[in-house]
Design a protein around this ligand. Structure first.
Ligand code: AMP
Length: 249
C-alpha cells in the first residue's frame, strides 16, 4: 500500500509570532521554521504503518518555496522514502494546495493520503477536506486511531464531547489529530540517510492548476496584552474585588 503524506513548512511552534510593522502579515524574516506539528504526526503514523507492514512506500509532498525541502528532509529522516516539492514562492490558499496535491495523487495513485488536521500558521483546517472532495474519495478528519482490514480503513475521530468510529473505502484521505501518536525524534544516522533520498521538484506552473488568490488578508494583529494578576489574602477579599472592582458578581 502506498501512502502520501502532505507536509507544510510553518513557523516553529515555539516561536512567539509577531506581525510585520505594517500589520500586513506575520513577520517571517529570521524566524525559525519547522514541519507543521500535525504533519509530523501524520508522517509518524505512516512510518508506524510501514513498520507494521501495512504500507510499503511513503511519499512526503510539500507545496511551497525551495526551503520547504528542509521539511521534506525532516519527513525523510523520520522514515518517508521519497519526497515531492511543488515549488512556488507564493503562499497558496488551501484550495490551491488541495488542487496541487490532487494532481500528485492522480499520478502517484496512493491508497492512503495523510495530512495534518490543520496547519498552525493559518489554522485553516481545510486542505484535507478539499482534497478528499476533489479526489471524490472518503475522508476521516481529526483521526486519533487508524486500523486496516483488507480493503477498508477504520478511523476513530475526535469529535466534540466524544469519539466517533467510521469505516472508509480506500483510497481515503485522513487528517491527524494530536492524540494519534507521539512522533519520534529523527536519529542522526537517519538524518544522514535522508540526505540521499530523492526529492522531485515540480514547478507549480507545470502542474496545470489555477492557483489564483481568492482571499486577501486585510490585517494581522497580536491579541491585547493581558494585565498582570494580583494576589489576594483571603476569600472575602477575593469576593470584594470581584464584586466592587471587576464587577462580575
Ligand atoms: P490547513 O488546511 O492549511 O490547516 O492544513 C491542513 C493540512 O494540509 C496540513 O497539516 C498539511 O498536511 C496540509 N497542507 C496545507 N498546506 C500545505 C502545503 N503548502 N504543503 C503541503 N501540505 C499542506
Amino acid at each position: 500500500m502506498k501512502a502520501i503524506v502532505a507536509v507544510k513548512r510553518v513557523v516553529d511552534y515555539n516561536v512567539k509570532v509577531r506581525p510585520k510593522s505594517d500589520g500586513s502579515a506575520v513577520e517571517l524574516t529570521n524566524v525559525k521554521m519547522s514541519i507543521n506539528p500535525f504533519c509530523e504526526i501524520a508522517v509518524e503514523e505512516a512510518v508506524r504503518l510501514k513498520e507494521k507492514g501495512v504500507v510499503n512506500e511513503i511519499v512526503a509532498v510539500s507545496v511551497g518555496s525551495t526551503q520547504s525541502q528542509e521539511q521534506i528532509r525532516t519527513a525523510l529522516a523520520l522514515g518517508a522514502d521519497r519526497g515531492i516539492l511543488v515549488q512556488t514562492e507564493d503562499e497558496l490558499e488551501p484550495l490551491a494546495v488541495a488542487k496541487c496535491l490532487e494532481k500528485i495523487c492522480n499520478k502517484e495513485e496512493p491508497d492512503l493520503v495523510l495530512l495534518g488536521k490543520q496547519a498552525i500558521d493559518g489554522d485553516n483546517n481545510q486542505t484535507g477536506q478539499m482534497l478528499a472532495a476533489l479526489m471524490e474519495v472518503g475522508q476521516a478528519t481529526f483521526a486519533s486511531e487508524i486500523s486496516f482490514t483488507d480493503d477498508a480503513v477504520t478511523v476513530t475521530r475526535e469529535v466534540d464531547g466524544g469519539l466517533q468510529t467510521i469505516k472508509l473505502k480506500m483510497p481515503a484521505v485522513i487528517t491527524s489529530d494530536l492524540r494519534l501518536n507521539e512522533p519520534r525524534y529523527a536519529s542522526l544516522p537517519n538524518i544522514m540517510k535522508a540526505k540521499k533520498k530523492p526529492i522531485d521538484v515540480i514547478d507549480v506552473n507545470e502542474i496545470g492548476v489555477n492557483v489564483d488568490k481568492r482571499v486577501q488578508t486585510i490585517e494581522v494583529q497580536l491579541p491585547p496584552e493581558r494585565e498582570a494578576g494580583i494576589k489576594v489574602e483571603n476569600v472575602s477579599e477575593l469576593v470584594d474585588k470581584l464584586r466592587n472592582e471587576a464587577k462580575v458578581i
